[in-house]
Ligand binder design. Sequence first.
Ligand code: FMN
Length: 316
Amino acid sequence: MLDLAIDQQKRLRQALGTFATGVTVVTTVDEEGSPRGFTANSFTSVSLEPPLILVCIANDAATRPVFMGSEHFCVNVLAEDQQDIAAVFASQNRTRFEHISWRAAKHGSPLLDGALTHFECRRTISIDAGDHAIIIGEVLDYGTSGRSPLVYCSGSYVEFGLLQQAMEAGQHGVATRISAIVNFDGAIPMVRDPGTGNFLLPAADRVGTEAEPDTLVGKLSANGIDAAIPFVCAVYEDANQNTHNVVFRGTARTVETSRLKDFELIALDDIPWEKLADKPLKQLLERYLEESEQDAFGLYVGDNMTGKVHPLKAGA
Ligand SMILES: Cc1cc2nc3c(=O)[nH]c(=O)nc-3n(C[C@H](O)[C@H](O)[C@H](O)COP(=O)(O)O)c2cc1C
């Protein structure tokens, strides 16, 4: 009974998570004059006349009583290179402001350096709503820098600039290899290398469409796999293969098993670790399993030896 409730909550959270948002850090000062703040994506514009915005804060958030007691607060909309700040302000870290540079806005709330936009507000109404409180604020002052936004969707941060840079990195005379982790009920399609018998992810030289049989989506479709692969989970150069690799991740809405000719559905609990084609694939699947468990995904950018996973949540 309890498990079912948890499962339903997780599914609702995942469905809600498909709504892409920006990411903010909402700040204020407590009674001792110390800066306080937390990461929030529930920020919404409410009214232009008068200028009102809202943000929702969880009843169990440590900063909730501080926000409920303070007259002013500031919503800092994060720029795309501020993922680390989002992570710090979503973590259990209690020295959050020591990790960033900031200054006091006109009415005292912390204004984060490098933020895309800020809205300094006077709290007008707070409404209890289920396990959160809705805090409505009147915008007293605001400013914007014209930088690119940090975007959050389905548990992942999306950095448009970084993705663009990573995708372009492959256009220098190296073959591009596009592959995908397509989750269908806890199993993923894999293909056996005819020479070695080792397992690989489904791959092609471009993403393509169902109507193009030589592309990734075309191959999946020809095998009865109706896949949605909107997220990039790794971009890396493989010097051994002389390939530029982009790995997408997503899910299959349906799989017609009778049409599976080129792929085998491999249960994630049963991955043949000793029979994977190469080390990058092993590391990728290890990370995928870990991240699926935590429902928080990262993007790896690098080569087959070194690289950086752009993280999502602190502690994740
Ligand atoms: C992208 C993202 C968005 C979040 N949005 C909210 C939100 O809108 N409201 C909220 O109460 N918590 C939100 N959280 C969770 C809080 O940031 C997190 O629980 C934080 O630790 C709260 O800090 P506190 O306990 O010090 O108040 C979000 C976390 C992330 C990573």
